[in-house]
Design a protein around this ligand. Structure first.
Ligand code: HEM
Length: 219
């Protein structure tokens, strides 16, 4: 993550923080080691002094990267995320009590926290977006394609005509989403030339296989 001109480490080097700096414990970890894992170890706050670490959510074989911590970034061990060293890493560790007493009111610490958490939130939004809306897209495509295969009729100039005779609201309920999302997705499919909407409730699918491949129904 990008750090500002004066990062938290430079800031902590100032003479007025000598006492605080002295209370931070330096730890060096090799590449691949975990700086923290959910539910493992004590509750600590740490600042990256050297190297980089990957922050991710993990469950069985699935992993979602949330961000990369670099020099001057601050993070904690109680976040429910894995933090793994990407290179040899050096961190300055504080227990929560020290953090609360000596660092929590410092604007530079707040800035560093906001920067790190902002980046992670940003990535979390795009993960949610992918999980929720891309799934809806696949369900919407499946609905249109299945109707086309089962009840479609050939179009005058090729393609398949599907008469759903459902409002966007009703389609949204079928695919478990909102009217606004389905409306946006239908517009996206139209713009991509995968569907046409000659009249309300009716769709023309010029190339059914192409539509199915977009919805992940065909490889
Ligand atoms: C920049 C990174 C972070 C720092 C420096 C930090 C620091 C702290 C501190 C000092 C406390 C108070 C602990 C106490 O007084 O006992 C706290 C509480 C808490 N933090 Fe964080 N935190 C960070 C990130 C996060 C993240 C990413 C999450 C969630 C995903 C999180 C979840 C919580 C929760 C739920 C509490 C309340 C715990 C309780 O009082 O029961 N924190 N944090």
């Amino acid at each position: 993550m990008k750090f500002l001109k004066e990062n938290l480490l430079d800031h902590l080097q100032r003479p007025e923080f000598a006492d605080l700096h002295a209370s931070l414990v330096r730890r060096t970890l090799p590449k691949g080691a975990f700086v923290s894992q959910p539910g493992v170890g004590e509750n600590r706050i740490f600042i990256v002094k050297k190297g980089r670490a990957r922050v991710y959510l993990g469950y069985e074989a699935k992993e979602f990267n949330l961000g990369i911590l670099t020099k001057g970034d601050i993070y904690s061990t109680h976040t429910g995320t894995f933090v793994q060293a990407l290179d040899e890493i050096e961190v300055l560790v504080a227990d929560v009590e020290t953090f609360r007493r000596k660092m929590v009111g410092d604007p530079e610490v707040t800035k560093a926290m906001v920067r790190v958490l902002g980046n992670i939130l940003n990535t979390s939004f795009s993960i949610i977006d992918g999980l929720v809306f891309k799934d809806v897209n696949a369900r919407l495509v499946a609905l249109l394609a299945n109707e086309a295969r089962r009840h479609g009729s050939p179009g005058d100039r090729g393609g398949v005509i599907v008469r759903l005779d459902l409002s966007v609201e009703q389609v949204a309920r079928l695919v478990g989403s909102s009217r606004q999302t389905v409306s946006t997705l239908l517009n996206d499919l139209s713009r991509a030339g995968l569907i046409q909407r000659p009249e309300r409730g009716t769709f023309l699918i010029p190339d059914l296989s192409a539509l199915e491949s977009v919805g992940g129904m065909r490889q």
